[in-house]
Design a protein around this ligand. Sequence first.
Ligand SMILES: Cc1ncc(COP(=O)(O)O)c(C=O)c1O
Length: 392
Amino acid sequence: MAKSTHFETLAVRTQTARTAQKEHSTPLFLTSSFMFDDAEDMRALFADEKEGNIYSRFTNPNNSELVEKMNLLEGTETGLTTATGMAAVFTTFAALLNTGDHLLSCRSIFGSTHSVITKLLPKWHISHSYVDINKPETWQAAVKKETKLLYVETPSNPGIDIIDLEWLGKFSKKNNLILIVDNCFATPYLQQPVKYGADIIIHSATKYLDGQGRVMGGTINGCKKFVDPIKLFARHTGPSLSPFNAWIISKSLETLAVRMDKHSENALKLAKWLEKNKEVELVKYPFLPSHPQYAIAKKQMSAGGGIVTFIVKGGVERGRKFMDALKMCSISANLGDTRTIVTHPASSTHAKLTEAERLEAGILPGLVRISVGLEHIDDIITDVEQALKTSK
Ligand SMILES: Cc1ncc(COP(=O)(O)O)c(C=O)c1O
């Protein structure tokens, strides 16, 4: 059979070479190190004269399977896995940026990524500028001769802002920037930024790639030119993913397509329902025509994904009361789970930001983020409806 190019088949059928045990499902390679045939074999592997596993901090069959699968799904050349999504973000920055370099990003990014950019990178004299995601015409003025890297999330967490990837690819090429996209909210099933010229794709595999709220993980995939130095950096500094977690995440990718279809279907239904509710001021979801970047979302995403945000009338207090009134939906810090999870960013994930920083990132006091799960949509709506009523 000719090799399939279909997403679903690649996600299911990409697998480590079968061992002598003739197992059907990929086994777990829980081993710290690997054997060499002889001293010459060991020398040649360490000298990079041949490929093979040496030590699980460098590579491991479970991690290699996950990397290969992600390369096929994202359309990238090479990659590596990391212990968490933040390890993926930090390892990428640390490997590619040097003292004196400048990074360009949007304020609309995940809280810990914001902390790395604003609190940690300055330790090594790496500076940054934030540009307004909704005003691309202002971006050129923010590019300096030291600007090396452009980092974006689309859709962003938790603002659900969307950037035109086609425009972004051209902009980064024109300015000779390394374009990094955190594709965590969309996943490669809904959006492949590489098609538009992204150089590196980052994921918190903790989210939809695992999809069942079990393990932490991160992935970095992209072109060899930029990812090979990150691999070398990771080999020496050790942010590696445990083989067990790699095994879980790779297995989960087999169901990514069906899960993302259902997450998106449920989320769109909930978003439409919320838009009609009188207790709700504003609903943001990529595939709602009211989303400011609806046309762009339609152009670059095949569905809207599983995250919906809304502003409940009554500010922070009402937001907290709403969460306390939920009976089925979980109050938890994660997203991308089979279970519907509700968070109130202003009092939790983004509480360490100043009020001004929160507003700049679009995090209003009453903003509620729902990671819409795979329960029956009627049950999700019933729970949200009763919580809106009782929190009045
Ligand atoms: C968009 C985005 N990027 C990165 C991360 C960090 O991932 P992790 O929690 O796996 O370190 C998160 C976590 O919520 C996220 O939402």
